[in-house]
Design a protein around this ligand. Structure first.
Ligand SMILES: C[S@@+](CC[C@H](N)C(=O)[O-])C[C@H]1O[C@@H](n2cnc3c(N)ncnc32)[C@H](O)[C@@H]1O
Length: 311
């Protein structure tokens, strides 16, 4: 669909939001079967605010794509640059605000940054579809079932046809004869990645490991690393929708990987943050004297004192 697009390009600073739209989103829209008249681009909202209770909240931007079925909008999609986060935060809030805007009112809202695609339905907290764009073929049946023009039934509220959950495996995937990959660029420091949080001595380059997993296995397969070390294989396997088995003689390695893959409990995290913040605010030094006093109680490495004294 993307005409042999090299996904490594997404790591180039020149590949921005407009490239994501032209090179990646456009082919998806065409393949889904939308006609030009059904795609409303950059619609200006007549009332550039949203009322939440009695409060007016400004909506500064306009949605990139609105998909129209008969006289209603069926879903909304915003493109982002590959460096932007689409699974949480401001971008997600923004697209949600479009979806609930009185001039839009779509049940489905989605974001795509070239690397990932995420789809939400207003009545579900969790995304109903999330995948790496590189793996789009594995999700195509589900994408069509949710988002193609035919999947929407017109009427007061849109519904969608039932989704075929099974991700059919390609029959022609021959594990033994997969080609070796060409040399890959190394993105050691270029992404906020699990491996950045520790310094386990055997750490390998995540993007290379990921490419090999993609090349030699299919979505849903089991990837085994019996000398798992830093956990890069296990984690990249999970990130690309495989199952993974991590084995290592060193308990530190197993502990690290268990911690890295543990689901985050956002309520607990929020509570812990609130407690730490409250503790800090209660003890925050307010004047220079209080700051010096506080610093005396903090064990700062001697070398730092030394360097500071010399300056
Ligand atoms: C080369 S490193 C693994 C590299 C790994 N892909 C990474 O990115 O970190 C080798 C790992 O194998 C583990 N190891 C060594 N001998 C082992 C054994 N007999 N059984 C299981 N793990 C072993 C070591 O503790 C070390 O973490």
């Amino acid at each position: 669909m993307f005409q042999d697009f090299d996904f490594q390009q997404l790591y180039s600073p020149d590949f921005k939001e407009d490239s994501v739209r032209e090179v990646l989103i456009l082919p998806i829209i065409h393949r889904l079967g939308y006609k030009n008249a059904q795609v409303v681009r950059s619609k200006s909202l007549q009332h550039p605010f949203l009322k939440i209770g009695s409060k007016k909240r400004p909506v500064n931007l306009v949605p990139d794509y609105l998909f129209k079925i008969e006289d209603s909008y069926a879903w909304v999609l915003d493109a982002k640059s590959p460096t932007e986060t689409i699974t949480s935060g401001d971008n997600l809030e923004q697209i949600f605000s479009y979806a609930i805007h009185p001039e839009v009112r779509t049940k489905f809202f989605s974001l795509c940054n070239g690397k990932e695609f995420i789809l939400f339905r207003q009545d579900e907290k969790q995304p109903i579809l999330y995948f790496q764009l590189q793996d789009i073929e594995n999700y195509w049946d589900e994408i069509v079932a949710y988002l193609s023009p035919n999947s929407f039934q017109s009427g007061k509220n849109f519904t969608y046809t039932s989704v075929k959950k099974a991700r059919a495996k390609s029959e022609v995937f021959d594990y033994v004869t997969r080609p070796l990959l060409e040399e890959l660029p190394v993105y050691k420091q270029s992404a906020k990645r699990h491996c950045g949080v520790h310094g386990y001595f055997t750490k390998q380059v995540w993007n290379v490991v990921q490419e090999y997993i993609r090349n030699f296995s299919q979505v849903g397969d089991i990837v085994l690393d019996p000398f798992g070390g830093s956990g890069v294989t296990a984690i990249e396997a999970l990130m690309t929708d495989r199952k993974s088995i991590h084995i290592d003689l060193n308990p530190m390695s197993v502990f690290m990987v268990n911690s890295l893959i543990a689901p985050v409990d956002f309520d607990n995290l929020h509570q812990a943050f609130t407690e730490i913040k409250a503790e800090y605010l209660a003890n925050e030094p307010k004047s220079d004297i209080e700051v010096s006093k506080a610093l005396k109680n903090i064990p700062i490495p001697k070398i730092y004192h030394c360097q500071k004294g010399q300056m």
